[in-house]
Design a protein around this ligand. Structure first.
Ligand SMILES: Cc1cc2nc3c(=O)[nH]c(=O)nc-3n(C[C@H](O)[C@H](O)[C@H](O)COP(=O)(O)OP(=O)(O)OC[C@H]3O[C@@H](n4cnc5c(N)ncnc54)[C@H](O)[C@@H]3O)c2cc1C
Length: 327
């Protein structure tokens, strides 16, 4: 273990000043501390933000404002979330374990790092950890890896379930920059694809602090999160689908879908949503949607199974949401 400097911020300006001076934020610590113990990351200075006033969940702008320090447990249990954004509660409860969700925060969950075996092993080359060192996932063990959005430099997946649900819901982030100014950003524009700079994962600037997540007003229809994984609990997604479908007079009036476990970021393809709207639900339609989603998929030998798995998971999710509900 390397030595590092630890301090606890008293308030947001205090935290912003520390971030501006190069400190790394620690919130729940459930991801950062693991990575430090494995020497995957080696911050010299930590700023603990857990005393900041960012634990509120409240109605805002017709939707919901969620402080960055709200725990994954509290968010999943919140009455408004369970009633109006159930997909988010389901995604949260499908992740990690009860103890971890009690510590894990909303901001930390969005910024957790990939579970790629090669990134997590500091003895292995990894372009994300050490730019230019190579990628041993390519041609290596790829069960958890991307089939969409990867590059010759990196095929790691983003591990968060919560972020997939929030992407489907078109959430936004309020971010405080090192000058203390706040700005808003859609989550759909937050994560970057790896290209040849896989170490740059988001559009955050050095010193930025996520203050809150804002959900838009509840939309109609039914929503669900379906996660396929190697164990029934306590495992990351091989494939996941967050979906909302609104039916009117036998047709799909509105649709929003996002996918996890298949790409370096929560995957949202507007063409998929567009293809569904105005159509009568059918097996043929769902097959066409899967074709569009998987257009450009580039699986490796070890994760080729994700192509049919994603197709089946998507179809099962759409069948569930388009089923007539007995009155
Ligand atoms: C065994 C295990 C199983 C897990 N299974 C799942 C799973 O199935 N699904 C899933 O989605 N997750 C899973 N997780 C991940 C877990 O959800 C994350 O570790 C957790 O959400 C991270 O939150 P944290 O507050 O502890 O973040 P921290 O570890 O404190 O921080 C993580 C990163 O976010 C940054 N950060 C934190 N807060 C802010 C902020 N407000 N602004 C800017 N930067 C910030 C930190 O600097 C750090 O880089 C699992 C974790 C473990 C250990």
């Amino acid at each position: 273990m390397r030595s590092f400097h630890y301090e606890r911020a008293a308030d947001t300006p205090d935290a912003v000043a520390a971030c501006a001076a190069g400190a790394t934020i620690i919130a729940g610590g459930t991801n950062l501390l693991d990575l430090m113990k494995r020497e995957v990351v080696q911050p010299e200075r930590l700023i603990d933000i857990t005393r900041l006033d960012l634990r509120t969940i409240e109605s805002a702008e017709g939707g919901l404002s969620i402080g960055a320090l709200v725990s994954n447990s509290d968010l999943a249990a919140h009455r408004d979330v369970r009633r109006d954004w159930p997909v988010l509660a389901q995604a949260l409860l499908s992740g990690a374990s009860g103890q971890l969700r009690n510590k894990a925060t909303t901001g930390g969950n969005l910024l957790q790092r990939t579970r790629c075996y090669y990134f997590q092993d500091s003895a292995m080359p990894c372009n994300k950890r050490e730019p230019g060192s190579g990628c041993h996932a390519l041609g290596g063990a790829t069960r958890l890896h991307a089939i969409l959005g990867g590059s010759d430099a990196c095929i790691a997946t983003h591990p968060s379930d919560m972020a997939v649900a929030m992407t489907m819901l078109d959430a936004s982030l309020d971010i405080i920059g090192k000058d203390g100014a706040s700005r808003r950003l859609r989550l759909r524009d937050f994560y970057r694809l790896p290209g040849d700079t896989p170490h740059i994962e988001t559009v955050l600037q050095p010193g930025d602090l996520i203050a809150k997540v804002v959900l838009p007003p509840p939309a109609g229809g039914r929503q669900t999160y379906r996660k396929v994984r190697d164990r029934a609990s306590y495992a990351f997604a091989l494939v996941s689908v967050a979906a909302r479908i609104e039916l009117a007079e036998g047709r799909i009036a509105d649709a929003s879908l996002a996918f996890g476990g298949i790409a370096p970021r929560p995957w949202h393809d507007p063409a998929v949503d567009r293809l569904l709207v105005g159509e009568v639900p059918s097996a043929a339609l769902f097959a066409r949607v899967a074709d569009v989603l998987l257009d450009g998929a580039a699986p490796q030998e070890g994760n080729a199974f994700k192509v049919p798995l994603l197709r089946r998971t998507l179809t099962a999710t759409l069948n569930e949401l388009c089923r007539e509900i007995p009155q």
